[in-house]
Design a protein around this ligand. Structure first.
Ligand SMILES: Cc1cc2nc3c(=O)[nH]c(=O)nc-3n(C[C@H](O)[C@H](O)[C@H](O)COP(=O)(O)OP(=O)(O)OC[C@H]3O[C@@H](n4cnc5c(N)ncnc54)[C@H](O)[C@@H]3O)c2cc1C
Length: 385
């Protein structure tokens, strides 16, 4: 399979680490809906999850394309970066908007693995994609915020020490922009769980360690406010391009894994006395999935290029995420079809990866919302909401 290979040494090292976590490892976790602790710990120890943290704070200070290469390689090796990918982009909120004291307190510990910053609490059950409609409040009481409300789909909350939380600090009044009055607060979950914060796991179609979290008069020191009060929505938005590009890179990795599996099986499986891969009905869907993956990969590279040149490539980051998620899901479907009945057997890992990659049609942003962004912000069509 030919494709541009950036960071070859880094990719080889990640792939070597991933080879210690084969299909059986993920299958067992999937069955038990358990967290891949050993995998995440080894990645952390090797420094792969902190490569975006600047060297001054103990990380490797590498650009976003290096993080994209790590995540792509993980997925292409059959692993599931969903267990830990958030640390790469949630950390950015702290890095870009946190005070020097906050950065000194947390970043070195995140880099050396003492602290995990894996939880990102934005989505709520009643607001959905309409982030400005969130209802969780953080009310100032002298040197604390008192937090009340609920979040849903707060992934990895049980396996994280810190959570980046978006809450309303100024009540919505008439004439006020819906996205104003929101703030980002860093919640130390080690102190909070059992003292106003409770976490309830949600069992989903794939193993994703996702939860709902409830805040009942949780007190958080006011010094944990990130940036300025009321500016939180902007801070969350500023990290979204990086998040979309990284998720897109994961989808490219998934697509490569599916295409590789499908091609190998099509060469080996003999039916009617010949390999099934001799039939164009088997070849063409794999070839089409490959072409679509390569096209999406180019868009990921373009989004990375613009991002690293200091731009704010909303258009390319959104397109990369959508095209890559579509490419991975197409490849997943083709891979199952190529394997016939065996595609449904757990021991082939295809049905598991199929379930895992399906998520990216919906999260962290659904395809409709990307199309809506392109329609309204790129093509200038009338706003629909
Ligand atoms: C496994 C999992 C993990 C997640 N992890 C996190 C996390 O760690 N932190 C976090 O904050 N969130 C997380 N999410 C939430 C995720 O970002 C949302 O599910 C996603 O953004 C969609 O929001 P929603 O589920 O509320 O759908 P809704 O907003 O209710 O939308 C439902 C459907 O309607 C469509 N829709 C809505 N409005 C429009 C419109 N105007 N035009 C056209 N279509 C529209 C949507 O595209 C979607 O298909 C996770 C979700 C899942 C499933």
């Amino acid at each position: 399979m030919s494709s541009e290979r950036t960071y070859p040494d880094l990719r080889d090292a990640v792939s070597k680490l991933c080879s210690k976590y084969p299909g059986e490892y993920w299958r067992k976790l999937d069955e038990e809906r358990a967290y891949p602790t050993a995998f995440v710990e080894e990645l952390t120890k090797a420094g792969w999850l902190s490569i975006l943290i600047p060297e001054d704070y103990g990380g490797a200070g590498l650009p976003l394309s290096a993080a994209a290469a790590v995540l792509e390689e993980m997925q292409a090796s059959g692993c599931n970066g969903g267990a830990c990918h958030a640390q790469m982009y949630t950390m950015g909120t702290l890095l870009r908007h946190g005070s020097e004291a906050q950065k000194q307190t947390y970043l070195p510990k995140i880099a050396n693995g003492e602290l995990r910053l894996q939880a990102f609490g934005v989505t709520e059950p009643t607001s959905g994609t309409d982030t400005g409609a969130i209802k969780t409040t953080a009310v100032r009481d002298r040197d604390h915020f008192v937090i009340n409300g609920q979040k849903i789909w707060t992934s990895r909350a049980e396996h994280s020490d810190l959570m980046v939380l978006l809450a309303r600090t100024t009540p919505l009044q008439e004439g006020m922009k819906k996205t104003a009055g929101l703030s980002v607060i860093l919640v130390d979950m080690r102190e909070a769980v059992g003292n106003g914060l409770s976490v309830r796991p949600i069992r989903t179609m794939m193993n994703h360690a996702t939860t709902e979290v409830f805040f009942d008069n949780l007190r958080v020191p006011a010094e944990n406010l990130i940036g300025e009060e009321g500016e939180g929505f902007k801070y969350i938005l500023s990290g979204m391009n990086a998040e979309r590009i990284l998720i897109a890179a994961e989808c490219i990795g998934d697509a490569k894994w599916f295409i590789d599996k499908a091609s190998s099986y099509a060469k080996e499986r003999v039916v009617f006395d010949r390999p099934i891969g001799k039939n164009q009905g088997i070849q063409f869907p794999i070839a089409k999935a490959y072409a679509n993956m390569r096209a999406a990969e180019l868009m990921v590279a373009e989004a990375l290029r613009l991002y690293e040149a200091g731009g704010n490539p909303g258009e390319e980051a959104n397109m990369a995420k959508m095209l890559a998620a579509d490419a991975s899901f197409e490849a997943a479907n083709v891979c199952i079809q190529t394997h016939g009945g065996f595609g449904f057997a757990e021991e082939y890992d295809i049905e598991r990866k199929f379930r895992e990659t399906r998520l990216y049609q919906t999260a962290p942003i659904s395809t409709n919302l990307i199309l809506s962004y392109l329609s309204e912000h790129v093509l200038g069509l009338p706003r629909s909401y």
